[in-house]
Design a protein around this ligand. Structure first.
Ligand code: NAD
Length: 296
């Protein structure tokens, strides 16, 4: 079993590190927050005094941090302390440019690297059912896959450096736009006197079918496991959707791609977040869409 260093033990990283311990790996963990370090210790990880101390002798290093600036700062700190030929994997969701920069830092020191952002949220992190979208060369991906398999159920190699991040933001832009479209469908249906179930029964088996409707229905009833049945408790918080849509818009602007619906979705989610709903599940945008009718 491998010696793995895990840096960033928050809502996602904490349970992911615990799953590596459960799988029999030796995990040395670090986070700036003391409570997170205590939890990791209770889960069976060894605790280091710093990120650089955690990575010493590790065959694989994993980071799960808030944003690109944190990843660049931690990778700059830890890579010189890593063994040449070792592997570093970043599972955070960050901008494509920072991700490419992080890969370059690793290459300069003879360290292999993979960007591997996830989908599946905190439930997937706890249950080891995450999907990993990976960017990096074939050898680095082959080394990362068996480690990622202990934390997830689907591991996809999307291309070279930064391709995992690119895939993640494209997917989440599609998700945000399709969720708003489903909410508009239900909002119109309500005004036309249709029941939620009637629209669901037809749209879920017709051309309106999509994941936001069939797996994550934003009105209570048709899909009992969706957050709409639990007062829109996340789930996937709206503030994180704003983050991903902003990364998508930044990437679209830098690459010269036209994404007008992605831009509009970003504006709608930003307004929802600014109204104090950042902690609400992103499917709670149903309430916002209903509210728009009153403002017309
Ligand atoms: P979080 O804020 O709960 O955890 C981040 C952790 O990183 C914190 O514990 C923080 O103390 C630690 N940290 C920050 N700087 C550090 C440093 N220099 N050294 C050591 N530790 C440091 O965030 P999260 O919800 O776990 O999300 C992590 C990443 O995963 C984010 O990029 C997020 O966008 C992405 N993500 C989150 C979800 C979700 O549902 N929470 C889903 C998919 C992707």
């Amino acid at each position: 079993m491998a010696h793995i260093a895990f840096i960033g033990l928050g809502n996602m990283g904490g349970p992911m590190a615990a799953n590596l311990v459960k799988a029999g790996h030796t995990v040395i963990a670090f986070d700036l927050v003391e409570a997170s370090r205590h939890q990791a210790k209770a889960d069976g990880a060894g605790i280091a005094d710093s990120a650089a101390a955690a990575v010493r002798d590790a065959e694989t290093v994993i980071t799960m941090l808030p944003a690109g600036k944190h990843v660049i700062s931690v990778w700059t700190d830890v890579i010189p302390a890593m063994t040449k030929g070792a592997l570093i994997i970043d599972c955070s969701t960050i901008d494509v440019e920072s991700s490419k920069q992080a890969h370059e830092l690793a290459a300069e020191h003879g360290v292999r690297s993979v960007d591997a952002p996830v989908s599946g949220g905190t439930g997937g992190a706890k249950g080891a059912t995450l999907t990993f979208m990976c960017g990096g060369d074939d050898k680095a991906f082959a080394a990362a896959k068996p480690v990622l398999e202990k934390m997830g159920k689907k591991i996809v190699h999307c291309g070279g450096a930064g391709a995992g991040q690119a895939t993640k933001i494209c997917n989440n832009m599609i998700l945000a736009v399709s969720m708003i479209a489903v909410c508009e469908g239900f909002s119109l249906a309500e005004k036309l006197g249709l029941s939620h179930q009637a629209l669901f029964d037809v749209a879920s088996t017709s051309s309106g079918q999509c994941w936001a409707l069939t797996n994550y229905c934003p009105v209570p009833g048709p899909v009992p496991t969706s957050p709409a049945n639990n007062d829109y408790k996340p789930g996937f918080a709206a503030a994180l959707m704003v983050k991903d849509l902003t990364l998508a818009q930044d990437a679209a602007n830098a690459a010269g791609a036209a994404t007008p619906l992605g831009k509009h979705a970003q504006e709608i989610y930003k307004a929802f977040d600014a109204a104090g709903n950042g902690g609400v599940d992103f499917s709670g945008i149903m309430r916002h869409v209903r509210g728009l009718a009153a403002k017309q």
